[in-house]
Design a protein around this ligand. Structure first.
Ligand code: NAD
Ligand code: ZN
Length: 358
C-alpha cells in the first residue's frame, strides 16, 4: 500500500512575510473567532512580539520550552484556551498559531488537535489515532532543521513514552517561512537544530525505505546544509529554512534511522533536546553512517562547536534499561536503517554499547 500523503495546505516564504499574518488569518475559516498565538517565550518583550497580529480578545500566550513538549502540558494549554474562549462566549478559537522552534510548533499542532478530539493527548501518541480535524493551525518557525513545519507528526513525551501524534490532521494548514525570524538564534542552537535536518537526510538517503521522492528532497536538503554549515562563513538563513522544509519532505515518504532512535532514548531519560541529542548520538555512529559522520564532524569543526561528552557514564541500571526500551520501541526506524531482520543486528547489548560511548 502506498501512503496517500497529506501536505501543508498553504505556505508563504520570504524575508518579512510574517507581516502578512493578519491577512492570512483573516482569510482562514472563522476569522471572527478568537485567535490563539502560542509563542516561544524567548520572544517576550522583543520586536517580534509587537508584530504578532493579536487583536483585543485574542489570546497571546508565551510558552517556555526548557523542557520539550509533554502531553500534560499540551492538555493544560488546551484547557486554558477553552476557558479563555468560553469567557468570551465562544466555543473554539478560529486558529492556533505556533511561533517558535520545533517545540512550540509541535505544541501548537497538538493543542489544535486536542481542541477537537476528546481525552488526553497521551491517548493519541501513535499512528492515525486522531479522528477529527483540529482547529486551523499555523506554523511559524524561528529555528530551522526539525522539519516540524512540514511533518505529519507532533513529537510528545507522555507518561510512558516519547512518541508523536502521527496523523494527516496533524499537518499545518498554513506555514509562514520568514528567514528573518531565524536570524537571531544562538550559534550552538542553530547548529544543533540545523544538524537535525542534515541527519534526517543521511538517515533517509541511507535507509532501506528510500525512493525517488525522498531522494530528490533529501539530496537537495543535504546540499543546502553543506552550503550553510561547510562551504561558507556567511549566514544563509534562506537556504537553511528550505533545507529544513525539504529534509522534512524527504523523511515524510521514508523514515529516519539509528540516530533518531537513540536520540529519543537520550531525551526521554536525560531530558536532552532533540537537536543536541541527535548530534551526541550521531557522533558515535561512524559504523552505520561513515560518510555522514565524517561530514558532520567537518561541519562541527567549521562552525566551532564542541559536544558534551560522558553523558551516560555512571548511569543507574534502571535508567539505562529504560533508555534502551525507548530506543528499541521505534521499530520502523530500525527497519528503515537495518532492514527487515534488524532485530538480529540490533540487540539490547549493541544499543547499550552505543549509549555507553555517549
Ligand atoms: P526548540 O524549539 O526546542 O528550541 C530550542 C531553544 O531555542 C529553546 O530554548 C528556544 O527558546 C530557543 N529558540 C527558538 N527560536 C529561537 C530564536 N529565533 N532565537 C533564539 N532562541 C530561539 O528547538 P528545535 O530544535 O527547533 O525543536 C526541537 C523539538 O522539535 C523537539 O521537541 C523535537 O522532538 C521536535 N521535533 C519535531 C519534529 C516534527 O516533525 N514534528 C521533528 C523533529 C523534532
Ligand atoms: Zn529529527
Amino acid at each position: 500500500m502506498f501512503r496517500n500523503f497529506k501536505n501543508v495546505s498553504r505556505f508563504i516564504f520570504g524575508r518579512g512575510c510574517f507581516d502578512q499574518m493578519d491577512d492570512i488569518l483573516n482569510e482562514a475559516p472563522l476569522p471572527e473567532a478568537p485567535r490563539a498565538f502560542l509563542v516561544d517565550d524567548v520572544f517576550e518583550g522583543t520586536d517580534l512580539e509587537k508584530r504578532i497580529p493579536a487583536r483585543p480578545g485574542d489570546l497571546l500566550r508565551f510558552v517556555n520550552v526548557d523542557d520539550e513538549p509533554k502531553t500534560g502540558r499540551v492538555d493544560a494549554i488546551r484547557d486554558e484556551i477553552l476557558e479563555f474562549v468560553a469567557s468570551r462566549g465562544g466555543d473554539l478559537p478560529g486558529s492556533v498559531s505556533g511561533i517558535g522552534g520545533g517545540s512550540v510548533m509541535d505544541i501548537a499542532k497538538a493543542v489544535s488537535l486536542m481542541l477537537t478530539n476528546p481525552g488526553s493527548s497521551a491517548d493519541y501518541q501513535g499512528w492515525d489515532l486522531i479522528q477529527n480535524p483540529g482547529v486551523y493551525h499555523v506554523g511559524v518557525p524561528t529555528l530551522s532543521g526539525t522539519g516540524a513545519e512540514v511533518s505529519r507528526t507532533t513529537v510528545l513525551t507522555g507518561p510512558d513514552k516519547k512518541l508523536g501524534i502521527n496523523s494527516d490532521h496533524t499537518v499545518f494548514d498554513q506555514v509562514a517561512l520568514d528567514p528573518d525570524l531565524i536570524g537571531g538564534a544562538p550559534k550552538e542552537q542553530r547548529f544543533y537544530t540545523g544538524m537535525d535536518c542534515f541527519i534526517h537526510c543521511v538517515e533517509s538517503l541511507e535507509g532501506s525505505f528510500l525512493n525517488s521522492f525522498s531522494r530528490a528532497y533529501g539530496e537537495k536538503a543535504m546540499d543546502l546544509c553543506r552550503r550553510v554549515f561547510a562551504e561558507s562563513d556567511a549566514r544563509h538563513d534562506d537556504d537553511l529554512m528550505m533545507a529544513s522544509y525539504f529534509g522534512g519532505m524527504s523523511i515524510a515518504y521514508s523514515q529516519v534511522g539509528v540516530c533518531h532512535a537513540l536520540s529519543y532514548g537520550l531525551s526521554y531519560v536525560l531530558g536532552l533536546h532533540h537537536g543536541i541529542g541527535n548530534c551526541v548520538a550521531f557522533d558515535c555512529l561512524e559504523d552505520y553512517y561513515p560518510e555522514g559522520v565524517d561530514e558532520f564532524r567537518l561541519m562541527m569543526d567549521r562552525q566551532g562547536i564542541s559536544l558534551p561528552r560522558g553523558l551516560v557514564q555512571g548511569m543507574e541500571e534502571d535508567r539505562m534499561e529504560k533508555m534502551i526500551d525507548v530506543a528499541l520501541f521505534l521499530e520502523p526506524l530500525w527497519e528503515n536503517a537495518l532492514g527487515p531482520d534488524w532485530k538480529k543486528k540490533m540487540t539490547r547489548e549493541t544499543v547499550r554499547r552505543l549509549y555507553e560511548r555517549m
